[in-house]
Design a protein around this ligand. Structure first.
Ligand code: F6R
Length: 596
């Protein structure tokens, strides 16, 4: 899971490549690099640096590449094959240094190809699978003399997944290829741009074309699209870039996570404006035109799995449809029959889900923030969460919009299938419509509380998150959020389960975040049992209840105490900031996990 960019412009290529890489840094940030060239130039200017993009930016400023270098490719890496080092950073070059390649994906037969190429005299300078592509292109170019044809011959030999951008010192062009890894291309007049994600192109083009598996695109004076056999293709249908530059800028905020937490009321309102008209009349569900089914399984990972758990409850409670969640990486197709699979993935690229869905034969509905992603291309129906770019690695607004989309779908399914009374669905739809205002109130209340608690809580080595029933997906999400950005251990446990073992971990001062939900008696009983043993109880509860975070609605919808997630996100972020962590780019993590 890396970010790739490419351009062929009349301005210095770095003016596009560096800002575009910075927007793609969420995809990986352990090293970065660019390779630049120009028409009539017989060399590539390649710069690679270990560390954040800022290190590469400094290198570019020092080396000050010639401004006529308007053709270029760039990469921001998240290491999977080979250590984090300059030789392993992209772009990778052929033996003569005249061909450069950036790659996102995994080449499964890299060892085999490397051995063959080495025995033919090719010299490798890195440990990474991607380098074989540069040598394959070199080999093919020597016999055909055309970069696009050489890339075509190279990809024919690959097994695995790839999004590629290739340039060469001799041909004044960039060639792109993709297979099960995202890549978009866009043009403005005579300039051409490409990137792993539309976000790279913000402000440059109004439309992009999304490459499909097997497409090979040549960015030369004109853009030409061909398939793996060399047949001409018409460019894929254009997709409007409806994100503004502002959506991808940090603005007045300290970090993207803070910005994205605060955007939740607005993005939720926008989503509900789109979905609510189809809820009580069942049209949102009916228009998906899915075949009939008896049960639902949600497939997801991480935060999306937690959102799926909240959504599954709506299907069970209101639509009376058996619905369960399955960790995508643990999925094994056992039951055939009439099962609807709902995949939930903000990126639409998560390899664990892509791989699980290969085993699924029935219909697939996708809830995503990336409606042109790999998963979207394979789904029978797609619900776009429309959250705008989420740059902080920790999911915040995408979690919330997934819950809302899932809840709206569950209510609409109940209406469409006649599983609940019209008045109950209308009442729930009304409660859903109030969510943006509740999120806003929870945001304003939670921010100062979390800030005030952070210094004290930063001293704690670990945390418990406790709830019941509909609150559990949020307890689990709170624990995930805190652990991923603070590097403290966190455990989420249903209140009743504590006494069966975990309570032995409670010491004087152990923070226990209690999310009010389900039966208050059992929850409060468990909280006081822990308090008696020295736990530091931090409650997320309704207004006027004496909770540290008084943010929950008095009566919660079947999707549970969603407002509480604002408290959980602020808490995680404030503790991370107090510990001096980079909450936007936590260690060892990247946003779009395209490896198994
Ligand atoms: C946590 C987080 C991850 C993702 C998970 C699935 O903050 O973001 O746990 O939720 O990697 O990613 P998607 O939703 O892209 O499938």
């Amino acid at each position: 899971m890396c970010g790739i960019v490419a351009c062929r412009t009349s301005a210095p290529a770095v003016e596009f490549l560096l800002p575009a890489l910075s927007r793609l840094e969420y995809r990986g940030y352990d090293s970065a690099g660019v390779a630049l060239t120009a028409r009539g130039r017989d060399a590539l200017h390649t710069m690679r640096a270990v560390g954040r993009l800022a290190v590469l930016e400094d290198m570019v400023a020092m080396e000050s590449p010639s401004p006529d270098l308007g053709i270029g490719i760039g990469h921001t890496r998240w290491a999977t094959h080979g250590a984090v080092s300059e030789p392993n950073a992209h772009p990778h070059r052929d033996c003569g240094g005249a061909i450069a390649v950036v790659h996102n994906g995994i080449i499964d037969n890299a060892d085999e190809l490397r051995a063959r190429l080495q025995s033919g005299g090719h010299r490798f300078s890195s440990e990474v699978d991607s380098e074989v592509i540069a040598h394959l292109v070199e080999e093919a170019y020597a016999s055909c003399g055309s970069l696009v044809e050489a890339v075509r011959r190279a990809v024919h030999q690959l097994r695995g997944t790839w999004a590629l951008a290739v340039t060469s010192a001799n041909s004044a062009e960039v060639v792109l290829a993709c297979y099960r890894s995202p890549l978009v291309v866009g043009s403005s007049e005579t300039e051409h741009f490409a990137g792993s994600d539309m976000i790279a192109m913000i402000g440059r083009v109004a439309h992009v074309h999304v490459l499909q598996d097997g497409d090979i695109v040549e960015l030369a004076d004109h853009v030409s699209w061909t398939d793996m056999k060399g047949n001409q293709l018409t460019p894929r249908s254009p997709v409007t870039v409806d994100w503004d530059a502002e959506d991808a800028e940090i603005g007045v905020y300290e970090d993207f996570m803070e910005k994205e937490i605060s955007e939740q009321p607005a993005v939720s309102a926008r989503l509900l404006d789109r979905l609510l008209p189809g809820v009580a009349n069942g049209l949102l569900w009916k228009n998906l035109a899915l075949p009939s089914f008896r049960s639902i399984r949600f497939l997801a990972c991480g935060s999306s799995l937690n959102a799926a758990a909240a959504a599954a409850r709506v299907f069970r409670d209101v639509a009376d449809i058996p619905a369960r969640t399955i960790i995508a990486s643990e999925f094994e197709e056992k039951v055939g029959g009439e099962v609807l699979t709902i995949a939930v993935s903000q990126s639409g690229e998560t390899a664990d889900i892509v791989s699980a869905l290969r085993q699924v034969h029935g219909p697939v509905l996708l809830i995503t923030n990336a409606p042109y992603s790999t998963l979207a291309r394979g789904a029978d129906a797609v619900i776009d969460c429309g959250s705008g770019p989420e740059i902080g690695v920790a999911a915040t607004k995408t979690f919330t919009t997934q819950v809302i989309a899932g809840a709206a779908l569950g209510l609409s399914a109940a209406a469409a299938l006649g599983r609940s009374s019209g008045s109950e669905i209308s009442q729930q739809a009304l409660a859903l419509a109030k969510v943006p205002d509740r999120l806003e109130a929870a945001h304003l209340t939670s921010f100062p509380v979390a800030h005030a608690l952070a210094g004290e809580l930063a001293q704690a080595p670990g945390f418990f998150f406790v709830s019941r029933g509909a609150g559990m997906p949020y307890a689990t999400e709170g624990a995930l959020k805190l652990k991923e950005i603070t590097y403290r251990w966190c455990d989420a446990i249903p209140a009743g389960e504590l006494k069966h073992g975990s309570i032995s971990l409670i010491e004087d001062g152990t923070p226990v975040v209690v999310i009010d939900s389900g039966s208050p008696v059992r929850l409060h009983g468990a909280a006081s049992e822990m308090a008696t043993r020295g736990a530091r109880i931090i409650r997320i509860g309704p207004e006027g209840s004496g909770a540290a975070f008084p943010v929950l609605a008095d009566v919660e919808g079947p999707w549970g105490p969603l407002e509480g997630v604002l408290a959980l996100q602020h808490l995680a972020r404030s503790v991370a900031v107090a510990l001096g962590r980079d909450c936007d780019k936590p260690r060892n993590l990247a946003k779009s996990v395209t490896v198994l």
